[in-house]
Design a protein around this ligand. Structure first.
Ligand code: UGA
Length: 435
């Protein structure tokens, strides 16, 4: 099937590439000529494991193309995926849909045969209906349908999530659109992937409810971590002890410095804002947002405490800047709250991240970046692990201690068992690990 994907950000690029891997003929279009030019030369705009080779393979096979011409992308396309950004609008936290509507209206100019317009971007409930209303003023109703097909991709594992998903959710309001979407995902039907066909509004809510629920699990375990520290309990064992109950499940119960990224913070805020419009105070999700924002700020205080109550003039070595490992994405990363707060308290920051330093340099000031973890540690008063990259899981602690002025380790992701650094002479602080 011929498919157009509008927007080559994270979602569009991964989805378009994976659809071409299924055997469809995909054209990805973006207004950013520099990005398209780079993609044509095989240079990826984001770091995502396995993406570059999959792009290369499908471009070589003639199934995947990149262009700045919407007309070219729309030529013969039976499915058009809208995968442009939906940033949080300043002030009210509502998803900003101007790029979605602009993309739909521009694409409409090239629709002259039955086409399904599908939202992949995360859009608030009601957006599909609004798209349909707008298209109805531009096109004959038999020429199009509007569907919602939210993505559940995790950065760093996006290819795997697309090719072997737990489920696919499709919201449609016509049989014809359902048949087309079924055809698009046929390779997954063969793997018996559950596909939830529902109406558009339900599909739109499923996306936000899934992210809000996962974010709730994280804020919940983070608060349990605080309690554990006060009462002498260990949050990792609490997570294991509750997670073994199948009704709870063991995933997304890692306590840490708070969730970041381009999805959870934005989507939880947008969900609260949608509910507000209907006069519904979504109290649980609202608290999740608040707990998370406070948490990121509280992490700086935790580090200061671990340094004996002051970091004035102290040199801190920070490992990991991205919001999670295996990505170069810095959006809403806890490090963006923690570092300025530490600097305000007088600390001098040296940092290393395997993939995120280029982005981090644009967002942080007065940070000295190093190409390897040990470079950060020379004469440092404390070592702080902010993001759990695999590279940091087995640091040479003797070497680290030899380089540092003070052997203090603050592990905001609990990647070390307490005893290991302590055996190497470190004073260790983790998350939720009461004495
Ligand atoms: C998230 C969802 O997991 C995807 O299913 C969804 O498609 C995506 O948002 C989206 O809406 O596009 P992502 O933002 O890539 O994916 O990252 P996650 O792996 O979910 O992690 C989000 C944040 O939560 C990270 O900062 C991570 O460190 C934190 N986290 C995650 C924890 O603190 N504890 C956990 O147990 C799990």
């Amino acid at each position: 099937m011929k498919i157009a994907v509008i927007g080559t950000g994270y979602v569009g690029l991964v989805s378009g590439t994976c659809f071409s891997e299924f055997g469809h003929e995909v054209t990805c279009v973006d207004k950013d000529a520099k990005k398209i030019d780079a993609l044509e030369r095989g240079i990826m705009p984001i770091y995502e494991p396995g993406l570059d080779s999959m792009v290369g393979r499908n471009v070589d096979a003639g199934r995947l193309k990149f262009t700045t011409s919407l007309q070219e992308a729309m030529e013969g396309a039976r499915a058009v995926f809208i995968a442009v950004g939906t940033p949080s609008r300043r002030g009210d936290g509502h998803a900003d849909l101007q790029y979605v509507f602009a993309a739909v209206e521009e694409a409409a100019a090239y629709i002259n045969d039955y086409t399904v317009v599908i939202t992949k971007s995360t859009v608030p409930v009601g957006t599909g209906a609004e798209i349909k209303a707008r298209l109805t003023t531009l096109l004959s109703p038999d020429l199009f349908d509007v569907a919602s097909n939210p993505e559940f991709l995790r950065e760093g594992a996006a290819i795997e999530d697309f090719m072997r998903p737990d489920r696919v959710v499709v919201g449609v309001d016509s049989d014809k659109a359902q048949v087309l979407l079924r055809e698009l995902y046929r390779p997954l039907f063969l793997n018996e992937t559950p596909v939830v066909f529902t109406n558009r509004e339900t599909a739109e809510v499923i996306k936000y409810a899934a992210n809000a629920f996962l974010a709730t699990k994280i804020s919940f375990i983070n608060e349990m971590a605080d309690l554990c520290e006060l009462v002498g309990a260990d949050v990792q064992q609490v997570a294991r002890g509750i997670g073994l109950d199948n009704r709870i499940g063991s995933k997304f119960l890692h306590a840490g410095p708070g969730f970041g990224g381009s999805c959870f913070p934005k989507d939880t805020r947008a969900l609260v804002s949608t509910a507000d419009q209907y006069g519904l105070p979504l109290r649980i999700v609202r608290s999740v947002v608040e707990v998370n924002e406070e948490r990121k700020r509280a992490m700086a205080d935790k580090i200061i405490k671990a340094c004996g109550g002051s970091v004035q003039g102290k040199k801190l070595a920070l490992l990991g800047l991205t919001f999670k490992p295996n990505t170069d994405d810095m959006r809403e990363s806890p490090s963006l709250d923690i570092i300025p707060a530490l600097q305000k308290a007088g600390a001098v920051i040296h940092a290393h991240d395997p993939k995120g330093m280029e982005e981090a340099e644009k967002l942080l000031s007065n940070v000295t970046f190093h190409d390897d973890p040990y470079g950060t540690m020379k004469d440092a008063d404390a070592l702080v692990i902010v993001t759990e990259w695999n590279q940091f899981r087995a640091l040479d602690l003797d070497r680290a201690k030899g380089l540092m002025k003070e052997a203090v380790l603050v592990d905001l992701r609990n990647i070390y068992a307490k005893a290991a650094p302590e055996n190497h002479g470190f004073r260790y602080t983790g998350i939720g690990r009461g004495e």
